[in-house]
Design a protein around this ligand. Structure first.
Ligand code: AMP
Length: 566
C-alpha cells in the first residue's frame, strides 16, 4: 500500500500529515502529488470529499518552500468558487504548512479590504481567492500576478455554473505564460474541456471515482409525502433517527430560512446558512456546526457546496434536488471518506422525474419507506393549546438538547482511513455561538446602511424578489467593457467591505454570494432610488395563508417550495 512517504514529500510535510492522523493517501493524492512535485500540469476529475484539497496543497507547500514572495506579487494563486471553499483551502495550508514559513492571504468578497491589503502589501506565497474579489484587488492596483508560478483552478464546473468563466479567463490572461496549472472539476462539460485545453499544457489527466460510488456506506432512503407535511415529517424523522448532527438541504434559500426557524421553534438546535446571510453569520454558523456546537444546519446547495464537515451522521433532503448532481453533492456530506451515514429524502408526488434522474445518475435505487399519520398531525390543535402541553413540549425539547450534549463521538475509522474524531471544541463553540445566537441573521445588504435610511419595501413578486415595473423601463445595463472603466478612481473606505459599483460588479458579487440557481433579490436599474409608486405594498392574494402553527415566525407560506417549483 502506498504511503505518504512514497510520494516524494519533504520530511516537514510528512510530519504535518502525520499530525493530522492521515495514514494513507487517497487515490487522488496518490496519483496527483508525484506529478505536481515534478512540475507537471494536472487535470483532475474529482469531487470534494475525495481528498483533492490535500492533493494540491501538500505538493504546493514543498514547491513554494524555497523562495520568497515580493510585495504585492503572490507566488501562487488558488481560485475557488465560494468564500467557504476558499476559507477551507486556507485552513488546509495552515494545517499542512505548520512546519514551513509560507505566508498566505485569503482574498474573498464580503469582508473588509483593509486586512487583505496589508497582507498583499507584505507579499504572500499563497493567494487563495474568489474571482470577483481578486479582480477588484487587481483593479485597485493592490496586486500583480506576474510572479505566479502555480495556478490552481478548483471546482471548475461550479465556476461555470456560477457564471465565473469570463472572470477566470481574464485572470488567467494576467498570469505568466510559463507556470504550472492544476485544474480540478467534478464533471467535464464542453465549456470546461475548452477551458482546460486553453489553460493546461500537456497535462496529466487523473480521474477518481465520485463520492457517489464511495457512498456505498451511505444508507439512502426516500419517502413520498404531501408538500404540506414536510416539516412535520422532518421533525419526526429527526426525533426517530440517531441524529448526531445533520444537514437539512432545501432547494430555495427562502425555505432554508423557513425550515430553520420552524425547527428552532420546535425546540431543535438548528440554524440556517444561505447566500442572503451576511458573511460573518455564515462563517460563524459553519464554525459552530463544525465545532459541534450546533446539531442541525439547514442549508442551500450553494452555501453548502464543498463544505468539509468531518462527521455528519445524517443528510435530510427537505426537497428533491432539481439537478441530480446536487443530490450526489448533498449525500456526499455524510459517509465522507469511508464513514457510514444516512440520507433521507422527502419527495412529493410531483418529484418523480427528478428522483428517476438521480437514480439513473447514481445507478442505484433509493429505498422507499412510508410515513403514516402525517395528515392527522395537521389536524392536531397547536395554537392556544393548554399551558401543560406547552410545558411538555418544552421538556421534550430540553431532553433532545441534553441527548445531543451527551452523544458520544462517532467512530470514525473504517476502511483503514483514519479520520479526526468529532470532538466538540468549547472555545470555538463559544466564539461562534456569540455571533450566531446573539446576532439575528441579517441579509448582507442591510449591513451597509442604517435601518432608518432604508427605503420602504418594494412590492415583491411571488418569489419574494422586488418587482420591477414593465412600463418604466430600467436604464440599460452597463455595457462598457470593464477595462475601459478603471474603478480604482472610485473613493473607497478601506475599513469597510466596499460596495461593488458597476452593474457587472454587482452581478458578480451576487453570483459569488448566491450562485446561479440561488440568485438573491435583484433590482435592476433603480439602485438605491425607489420610485414612490413602487413602495405600495401589494398583498399576496394568490397565496394561501401560512398554517397557524408557524405564522408567528414564518416569513413565507409553508408550501413555498412547491409553489415556487411550480
Ligand atoms: P476534500 O476532498 O479535499 O474536501 O477532503 C475531504 C476530507 O477528507 C477532508 O475532511 C480531509 O481532511 C479528509 N482527508 C484528506 N486526505 C485524507 C487522507 N489521506 N486520509 C483521510 N482523510 C483525508
Amino acid at each position: 500500500m502506498t504511503t505518504f512517504a512514497d510520494l516524494g514529500l519533504s520530511d516537514e510535510l510528512l510530519k504535518a500529515v502525520e499530525d493530522t492522523g492521515y495514514t494513507t493517501p487517497t487515490p487522488i493524492q496518490e496519483q496527483a502529488i508525484p506529478h505536481v512535485l515534478r512540475g507537471r500540469d494536472v487535470l483532475g476529475l474529482a469531487q470534494t470529499g475525495t481528498g483533492k484539497t490535500a492533493g494540491f496543497t501538500l505538493p504546493m507547500i514543498d514547491i513554494l518552500a524555497s523562495g520568497r514572495a515580493k510585495a504585492r506579487m503572490p507566488r501562487s494563486l488558488i481560485l475557488e468558487p465560494t468564500r467557504e471553499l476558499a476559507a477551507q483551502v486556507s485552513e488546509s495550508f495552515v494545517k499542512y504548512g505548520k512546519h514551513h514559513k509560507l505566508t498566505q492571504a485569503l482574498i474573498i468578497g464580503g469582508v473588509a479590504f483593509g486586512d487583505q491589503d496589508k497582507k498583499l502589501d507584505r507579499g504572500v506565497d499563497v493567494l487563495i481567492a474568489t474571482p470577483g474579489r481578486l479582480l477588484d484587488q487587481f483593479e485597485r492596483s493592490k496586486l500583480m500576478l506576474s510572479q505566479v508560478q502555480v495556478l490552481v483552478i478548483d471546482e471548475a464546473d461550479r465556476m461555470l455554473d456560477m457564471g465565473f468563466v469570463p472572470d477566470i479567463e481574464r485572470i488567467v490572461k494576467l498570469l505568466p505564460f510559463t507556470r504550472q496549472t492544476l485544474f480540478f472539476s467534478a464533471t467535464m462539460p464542453p465549456e470546461i474541456t475548452r477551458l482546460a485545453d486553453q489553460f493546461l499544457h500537456n497535462p496529466v489527466r487523473i480521474e477518481v471515482s465520485k463520492p457517489a460510488t464511495a457512498a456505498t456506506t451511505i444508507e439512502q432512503r426516500l419517502t413520498v409525502i404531501d408538500a404540506q407535511d414536510k416539516r412535520e415529517a422532518l421533525r419526526r424523522l429527526i426525533r426517530a433517527e440517531p441524529v448526531q448532527n445533520a444537514i437539512v438541504f432545501c432547494n430555495r434559500k427562502r425555505d432554508v430560512d423557513i425550515v430553520g426557524k420552524s425547527l428552532k421553534k420546535h425546540g431543535f438546535d438548528a440554524a440556517p446558512i444561505h447566500g442572503d446571510l451576511d458573511q460573518a453569520t455564515r462563517t460563524a454558523t459553519l464554525d459552530l456546526f463544525r465545532a459541534g456546537g450546533l446539531q442541525i444546519l439547514v442549508a442551500s446547495d450553494v452555501a453548502a457546496r464543498g463544505l468539509d464537515v468531518p462527521t455528519v451522521s445524517h443528510v435530510f433532503n427537505f426537497d428533491v434536488p432539481i439537478h441530480s448532481d446536487d443530490y450526489v453533492h448533498r449525500i456526499g456530506r455524510t459517509g465522507r471518506a469511508g464513514r457510514s451515514g444516512i440520507s433521507i429524502t422527502l419527495a412529493t408526488p410531483h418529484d418523480g422525474k427528478y428522483v428517476d434522474a438521480i437514480e439513473k445518475l447514481t445507478g442505484k435505487p433509493i429505498e422507499r419507506f412510508k410515513m403514516e399519520g402525517l395528515e392527522d398531525a395537521r389536524r392536531e390543535p397547536r395554537e392556544g393549546d393548554g399551558a401543560g402541553d406547552k410545558r411538555a413540549r418544552d421538556r421534550k425539547a430540553r431532553e433532545r438538547t441534553r441527548k445531543f450534549d451527551r452523544a458520544p463521538a462517532p467512530r470514525a475509522i473504517e476502511d483503514g482511513v483514519s479520520m479526526e474524531a468529532f470532538r466538540p471544541d468549547p472555545e470555538a463553540i463559544a466564539a461562534a455561538a456569540a455571533v450566531v445566537r446573539d446576532e439575528p441573521a441579517a441579509p448582507a445588504a442591510r449591513e451597509e446602511k442604517p435601518r432608518a435610511a432604508r427605503p420602504p419595501r418594494a412590492p415583491r413578486n411571488r418569489d419574494g424578489e422586488p418587482r420591477a415595473p414593465k412600463a418604466e423601463a430600467a436604464p440599460p445595463r452597463e455595457e462598457k467593457p470593464r477595462a475601459e472603466k478603471p474603478r480604482n478612481d472610485r473613493p473607497r473606505r478601506d475599513d469597510k467591505p466596499a460596495a461593488p459599483a458597476s452593474a457587472e460588479d454587482k452581478r458578480r458579487d451576487r453570483r459569488e454570494r448566491y450562485g446561479k440557481d440561488d440568485l438573491g433579490p435583484s433590482v435592476v436599474g433603480f439602485g438605491d432610488h425607489m420610485p414612490a409608486f413602487l413602495n405600495v405594498v401589494v398583498p399576496r392574494i394568490w397565496e394561501k395563508p401560512a398554517r397557524q402553527e408557524d405564522t408567528a415566525e414564518m416569513p413565507a407560506p409553508e408550501t413555498s417550495s412547491e409553489a415556487e417549483a411550480a
